[in-house]
Design a protein around this ligand. Structure first.
Ligand code: SAM
Ligand code: SF4
Length: 479
């Protein structure tokens, strides 16, 4: 057993109850779980294929076929610009001063390259032009830095070349740049959902993670969205950050309830390299905190695993009366819809194809997936040579397709239904899959799931550890 990991688990705030998951993680037969959560990769975003070096023409064929058959797709564009680099962030970013004259060329280039990449996709995957986009997202980085003419140009292209007849549109920004006039522009362009990172509502914590906005700016952004009639606002928070105590997370939860946030994404701080574990959005380089090490920076320390799980329990305690979690980390008010784009790609009865345009994006269907280059110069070079900037593609074997479908369904926290599974896989039950049935046996023994007829449900420990379950437990049984 890793002593460091156990030490971290024993870092507990005496003013709060010992987290429920403590006993499970402390047991030596659960060391794989402890190891995983101690290392902390980003959990449930990419469900990797099992056939390496999959030829790109086959990837495009698979995408074309499945997009043709799917009711809808999730389409997103990634804009990597940021005003600063947060100390926890591994996303591929292009840091610039948005006001500088030299930055205007960068914005223009970014939009040009994004349009070129999307055009190449439309050529390689002909069904894409007609496919009904369920939700369109502009993710970042900080897309709210894009100057108005460039954003209009980008949106003009997407609206003209893709089928937006049923699409909702969602935009990711950062509080310092989501001004009231920018929000009005987004509304005019058809965006109805806004999301931004706050990470915390405490200025001390916000500044310790290297961000250059205040808690008040987050509150103002929420007020502005409501004033102009954009009621759907999702705020990102992180727990487990430098200098953050369990009390600080309690404060963030009180603030979230006071602000009546419609949607809130609450992630545990992830420190492991995204690329190494291949379980996250394509990270580009180590974050500032990873480079500095975990111990002590400016006399502030990182809370250990024990405190992190106390924080997670506190979050559930505060949010469970008024909010539902679907999928893991994504909370929405009971009377509102859950995140549509997440449902499109993970709900068992959907799991539709996803197409990502931009640096580090990942695209997938049930038969194959591909990730984009994360280095901006290499990305531009590929497009200059009329190549899609894809770093690599993996195929997904028939058995793994079922495993991935099951894992994605587990990540939603909704009980996994074998009847729906059979409809998806020509009558095959998930018990017919040797990897799933073997894993289910272990998960039941460890009391991480319960089985009731056709339904497999996560227990409270299973919900807390769902990322670890998905990323460590589904392995081919030993003969
Ligand atoms: C890529 S950002 C986009 C939002 C926008 N750039 C901002 O920061 O306001 C999406 C969210 O990912 C989360 N995130 C990024 N790196 C993370 C990490 N290492 N661990 C946990 N969450 C992380 C943050 O909550 C962040 O708001
Ligand atoms: S968290 Fe958001 S603002 Fe911070 S560096 Fe990452 S993408 Fe940029």
């Amino acid at each position: 057993m890793n002593n460091e990991a156990l030490g971290s688990l024993n870092d507990i705030d005496p003013n709060y109850p010992t987290p429920q998951v403590y006993d499970f993680l402390a047991r030596s037969d659960n060391s794989a779980f402890l190891e995983y959560v101690f290392n902390d990769p980003f959990g449930c975003h990419v469900f990797p294929g099992d056939v390496p070096d999959y030829p790109l023409p086959s990837f495009f064929e698979d995408m074309d076929r499945e997009i043709k058959q799917a009711k809808q797709i999730h389409l997103w564009a990634y804009i990597p610009t940021c005003r600063y680099r947060c100390h926890f962030c591994q996303y591929p970013t292009v840091i610039l001063n948005p006001k500088a004259a030299s930055s205007q060329v960068v914005f223009r280039d970014l939009v040009d390259y994004n349009i070129k990449e999307a055009t190449l996709w439309l050529q390689k995957v002909p069904s894409l032009a007609q496919a009904e986009v369920g939700e369109f997202n502009i993710f970042g980085g900080t897309p709210s830095l894009l100057p108005e003419p460039e954003l209009r140009r980008l949106m003009g292209f997407y609206l003209n070349h893709f089928n937006f007849s049923a699409a909702t549109m969602r935009f990711e920004g950062e509080p310092g740049s989501l001004t009231k006039s920018y929000l009005l522009l987004l509304k005019e362009l058809g965006f109805t959902k806004i999301s931004f990172g706050a990470q915390s509502f405490d200025d001390r914590i916000i500044s310790a993670c290297g961000r250059m906005h205040s808690a008040q700016e987050c509150v103002d952004t929420i007020r502005h969205t409501r004033e102009i009639g954009l009621d759907w606002v999702s705020v990102d928070l992180i727990y487990g950050m430098l200098g953050q105590s369990v009390d600080d997370v309690k404060f963030d939860m009180e603030k979230s309830l006071e602000l009546e946030l419609s949607h809130v994404v609450i992630a545990k701080l992830h420190m492991e390299e995204f690329m190494k574990s291949r379980t996250g959005v394509s990270g580009e380089r180590q974050s500032h905190w990873q480079r500095k090490g975990l111990i002590n920076i400016n006399n502030m320390t990182f809370p250990g695993l024990g405190k992190q799980y106390q924080m997670r329990e506190l979050i559930e305690q505060y949010l469970s009366p008024g909010y539902r979690e679907h999928p893991t980390m994504y909370f929405h008010q009971n009377h509102l819809e859950s995140e549509k784009w997440k449902g499109l790609i993970t709900d068992l009865e959907k799991q539709y194809p996803e197409v990502a345009i931009g640096l580090g994006g990942s695209s997938k269907c049930t038969r194959a997936e591909a990730i984009n280059i994360t280095d901006y110069n290499a990305y531009k070079q590929a497009l200059d040579e009329d190549r899609l900037p894809i770093e690599g593609s993996r195929g997904i074997s028939p058995l793994q397709r079922e495993v991935n479908a099951f894992k994605m369904a587990l990540s939603t926290l909704v009980p996994v239904n074998d009847t729906v599974f059979k409809q998806r896989f020509e009558g095959r039950s998930f018990y017919d899959n040797p990897i799933i049935s073997h894993t289910l046996k272990t998960l039941v023994e460890k009391a991480l799931v319960t089985v009731d007829g056709d339904l497999v449900s996560l227990t409270p420990n299973g919900v807390t550890l769902v990322e670890a379950v998905i990323n460590t437990q589904f392995v081919t049984p030993q003969a």
